[in-house]
Design a binder for this molecule. Structure first.
Ligand code: GDP
Length: 701
C-alpha cells in the first residue's frame, strides 16, 4: 500500500485550498513528449478511460494537473474539476469535452497558458498518483500556428520538469531515441538521468529485437529505466464499447499481452527489459512514493517556514484574536441585537405620539387652509386674473358667526375629515416606516453595513414583520377611534392645550413661510428687485396695468421666470399675512375658552384650537394602541426572527457572508492558513515518524 503518496496527495489538496505557495510544491510526475508520440494514449491507459482532448490541431494548451485517487471500496469511477465546482462527472466523454473547452478558451495569440487545469479522478482501478500532462513538444510549427509556439511550449515544459518532479519522457519506438525531444529536454535538467522514467510507446511498430534494443538503451541511460508499451486500443474492439464510459484497461492489457506474449524469447519472464502498462503503473507508484519520501524533510521544512510566517502575521496584525466565519456572524448579530434593544428603549409611546401628532398637525393646517383660509390668491395667471390686494382679501374674509349654520357645517365637515382620515392606516404606516428607517440606520452603524447579503436579510425580516403586524393594527386602531367620528367633546383643559399647541404650529409655519419668502426674494435679486416685481404683479391684479398678447416671454420688463418667482413670493406673503392674522385671533380673548359646555360656541369662531384638540385625542388613542400592538410585538419578534434566519444559514453561506468584508476575509484567511499549516505539519511529522520506523525495519530486515 502506497500510503505516503496517498497522504501527500491529501496534504497537497489541503494546501491548495489555502492557496499553496511555491515553496510547498509536492513532487508530481510530469509527462512530456512530442506531438503524436502517444503521450495521451499512455495517460489514458493508466487511467483506464479516454478522457483527453483529441484532434489534429494542438489541443493541450494548459497543463493538466491530474490527481488519481484510489477508492478501493467504491464501484463508481468519476472525475471532478475542483476549481469549477461541477460536481462528480461519471461520463468520461463529458470530462473530455470540458477539458477541450478549457483548452480552447486560451486565446490563439497566447498559444499556451501556464494556468493549470486541476482534474481529480476517483476510481478503484487507478493507483494514487499525481501526474501533470503538458502540451506536446512540436518540431516545426504548422503554417497556421504562431511562430513562437515552439518556444512557448518549451518554456512551459521547462518550468514543470524541475526537481523534485519526476519526468515521464514519452518517445515512440518508431522514432530514433536520439531524436526524442522528451529525452533531450530531460537531459537538460536531469543530466545524470536520476529522476526520469523513459516510456517507449508503439512497441508494436518495431521489430521485437529492435524493440528490446531500444529499451536497453545505453546512449541515454536512465536510473529509473525504460518501459515499453503498446497503448493503442484496437479500433474494432473499441467500437463495441460505448464511448466515454467504458473502462479500456482490460482491452489494452489484452492487446499488449497478445503482442508481448507472441515474443516470449524477448519479452518473457526472464527478460531484462520492462514492458506493459501494468508494469508502468507499478513503476510510477514506486518512484513517486520514493520521491515523496525523499522530499518529506524539505517539504516539512517549507511548511514550518510558512507556519512561522502565518503565526507572526496572526500575532502582529490580529493580536492572536481567533476568528471563524460563524463566530464573526454570531458576534455581529449579538452587537446588532444589543443596539436594537437600546434603540427600543428610546422609541416608545412618546415618540409615536410625536410623529403621529406632527403628521396630524399638517393635516389640520391643510384643512384650515382649504376650509377657512381659502380666500387668498394662491396662484395668479398674469394676463387674465385680476384680484384684490392681500389686505383687502383679509378684510373681506367672511366673519365667523357662531349662530350661522354655515359655520357649523364648516367645522363639522373639517372634524369629520379629520376623524375619517383613516387614522388607523395613517398612524400605523408612519410608525412602521419610522421603525423601518431606524432599523436601516442601525444596520448602517453595524458591522453588517459592509455585507449586502446581511443588509438585505435584516431589512427584509423587519419589513415583513412590520407589514404583517400593520394589517391588524391598522384595522383595530380604526375601530378604537370610531366614537370620535360621531361626537367630540373638548374640555377647557384640552382647549387650552389645543390653543397653545396650534399657536406653536402656526408660529413655526409662519417662520418657515418667512424663511421661504427671504429665499425667493434673494432669487429675485434682492429685496428691492423683489419689491419691483411684486408691485408690478399687484398692479396687474388691480387692473392698473393691462397686459396684451402673449406673456410667455415676460412682461413689464420682467422675464417670465422672474414673474413666476414673483408670484411665488406673493403667495408666501399672502400666506404669512393670514398666519399672522390667525395667530392674533387665536391669542385673543375671544378664543381663550371653549365656551359653555352646552354650546361649545367658541369652536365655530376659533376652529384651530378645536381641530388641534381633536387631533390630540386621535393621537392619544393611536399612540397607546400602537405602543401595545405594533412596538412591543415588533420588539419581541424582530430579534427572534433574525436569530432564526441567521441560524438557518448553511456553512457555505456563512463563509461567503463573512468573506464579503475584505478585512474579515484577510483575518479569516490568516487564521485558516495557520490552522491548516499546523494540521498539515502534524500530519507530516506523523508520516516522517512512520518513515523512520519503516526505514529502520527495512534496514533490520
Ligand atoms: P499524443 O499526441 O502524444 O498525445 O499521441 P496520441 O496518444 O494521440 O497518439 C498518436 C497516435 O498514435 C494515435 O493515432 C494513436 O492511436 C497512436 N498510438 C498511440 N499509441 C500507440 C501504440 O502503442 N501503437 C500504435 N500502433 N499506435 C499508437
Amino acid at each position: 500500500m502506497m500510503l505516503l503518496t496517498r497522504k501527500m496527495i491529501e496534504i497537497r489538496s489541503l494546501l491548495q485550498t489555502i492557496g499553496q505557495s511555491d515553496t510547498l510544491t509536492l513532487p508530481s510526475i510530469v509527462v512530456v513528449g512530442s506531438q503524436s508520440s502517444g503521450k495521451s494514449s499512455v495517460l489514458e491507459a493508466i487511467v483506464g478511460h479516454e478522457f483527453l482532448p483529441k484532434g489534429s490541431n494542438m489541443v493541450t494548451r494548459r497543463p493538466i494537473e491530474l490527481t488519481l485517487v484510489n477508492t478501493p471500496r467504491a464501484h463508481a469511477e468519476y472525475g471532478e474539476f475542483p476549481a469549477l465546482g461541477l460536481g462528480k462527472i461519471t461520463d468520461f466523454s463529458q470530462i473530455q469535452k470540458t477539458l477541450t473547452d478549457l483548452n480552447l478558451a486560451v486565446p490563439v495569440e497566447d498559444c499556451v497558458s501556464d494556468d493549470p487545469i486541476q482534474l481529480k479522478i476517483y476510481s478503484p482501478n487507478v493507483p494514487d498518483l499525481s501526474l501533470i500532462d503538458l502540451p506536446g513538444y512540436i518540431q516545426v510549427e504548422a503554417f497556421d500556428q504562431p511562430t513562437e509556439l515552439k518556444t512557448k511550449i518549451q518554456d512551459l515544459c521547462d518550468k514543470y520538469i524541475q526537481p523534485p518532479n519526476v519526468i515521464l519522457a514519452i518517445s515512440a519506438a518508431d522514432v530514433d531515441l536520439a531524436n526524442s525531444t522528451a529525452l533531450r529536454a530531460s537531459r537538460r535538467v536531469d543530466p545524470r538521468g536520476e529522476r526520469t522514467i523513459g516510456v517507449v510507446t508503439k512497441m508494436d511498430l518495431v521489430d521485437p529485437v529492435r524493440g528490446a534494443q531500444i529499451l536497453a538503451d545505453r546512449n541515454y541511460p536512465l536510473r529509473l529505466g525504460y518501459v515499453g508499451v503498446v497503448c493503442k486500443v484496437p479500433r474494432e474492439t473499441k467500437s463495441l464499447f460505448s464511448k466515454g464510459s467504458a473502462n479500456i484497461t482490460s482491452l489494452i492489457t489484452k492487446n499488449e499481452a497478445s503482442y508481448f506474449n507472441a515474443h516470449p524469447e524477448i519479452y518473457g519472464p526472464d527478460s531484462t527489459v520492462t514492458v506493459g502498462t501494468s508494469n508502468l503503473r507499478k513503476k510510477l507508484m514506486h518512484v513517486l512514493e520514493a520521491t515523496m519520501s525523499a522530499s518529506l524533510a524539505t517539504t516539512s521544512e517549507a511548511i514550518h517556514q510558512e507556519l512561522a510566517e502565518a503565526t507572526y502575521e496572526f500575532k502582529v496584525q490580529y493580536n492572536e484574536r481567533s476568528l471563524s466565519a460563524e463566530s464573526y456572524l454570531a458576534e455581529s448579530l449579538d452587537a446588532f441585537k444589543h443596539a436594537f434593544r437600546a434603540f427600543s428603549e428610546t422609541f416608545g409611546r412618546k415618540e409615536v405620539r410625536d410623529i403621529v401628532k406632527q403628521e396630524l398637525d399638517q393635516q389640520v393646517l391643510n384643512l384650515l387652509a382649504q376650509r377657512y383660509w381659502n380666500r387668498p390668491v394662491e396662484s395668479l395667471r398674469l394676463a387674465d386674473e385680476v384680484a384684490d390686494s392681500v389686505q383687502e382679501q383679509i378684510e373681506n374674509l367672511p366673519k365667523a358667526d357662531p349662530e350661522d349654520p354655515l359655520w357649523h357645517l364648516k367645522l363639522d365637515a373639517s372634524t369629520s375629515t379629520l376623524t375619517k382620515l383613516g387614522i388607523g392606516r395613517l398612524a400605523t404606516s408612519i410608525t412602521a416606516q419610522a421603525l423601518q428607517e431606524s432599523v436601516q440606520a442601525l444596520i448602517q452603524q453595524s458591522t453588517f453595513s459592509s455585507h449586502p447579503f446581511a443588509v438585505q436579510t435584516i431589512s427584509q425580516a423587519s419589513s415583513n414583520i412590520l407589514k404583517e403586524l400593520s394589517y391588524d393594527t391598522a384595522d383595530e386602531l380604526e375601530i378604537c377611534v370610531k366614537p370620535y367620528k360621531y361626537r367630540v367633546e373638548v374640555s377647557p383643559e384640552e382647549w387650552r392645550q389645543g390653543r397653545e399647541n396650534i399657536s406653536q404650529v402656526l408660529a413655526s409655519e409662519l417662520k418657515d413661510c418667512e424663511c421661504a419668502t427671504r429665499a425667493v426674494e434673494e432669487q429675485l435679486g434682492g429685496k428691492r428687485k423683489a419689491k419691483d416685481v411684486l408691485s408690478f404683479i399687484d398692479r396687474v391684479r388691480k387692473g392698473e396695468v393691462v397686459l396684451e398678447g402673449n406673456t410667455a416671454a415676460g412682461a413689464g420688463g420682467f422675464s417670465a421666470a422672474l414673474l413666476a418667482k414673483g408670484r411665488e413670493a406673493l403667495f408666501l406673503r399672502d400666506r404669512a399675512a393670514i398666519l399672522r392674522l390667525r395667530l392674533t385671533a387665536i391669542k385673543s380673548r375671544q378664543c381663550s375658552h371653549p365656551g359653555p359646555s352646552n354650546s361649545n360656541s367658541t369652536r365655530y369662531l376659533c376652529p384651530e384650537p378645536f381641530l388641534d384638540a381633536v387631533a390630540s385625542k386621535l393621537t392619544s388613542t393611536a399612540d397607546l394602541f400602537l405602543d401595545a400592538e405594533l412596538l412591543s410585538k415588533f420588539y419581541y419578534q424582530f430579534p427572534r426572527k433574525l436569530e432564526a434566519e441567521f441560524r438557518a444559514l448553511d456553512a457555505q453561506t456563512v463563509e461567503r457572508y463573512a468573506r464579503e468584508d475584505p478585512k474579515v476575509r484577510r483575518h479569516l484567511d490568516v487564521v485558516r492558513r495557520k490552522e491548516m499549516l499546523e494540521f498539515v505539519l502534524k500530519e507530516m511529522e506523523g508520516l516522517r515518524e512512520l518513515e523512520r520506523r519503516e526505514g529502520g525495519r527495512r534496514l533490520r530486515g
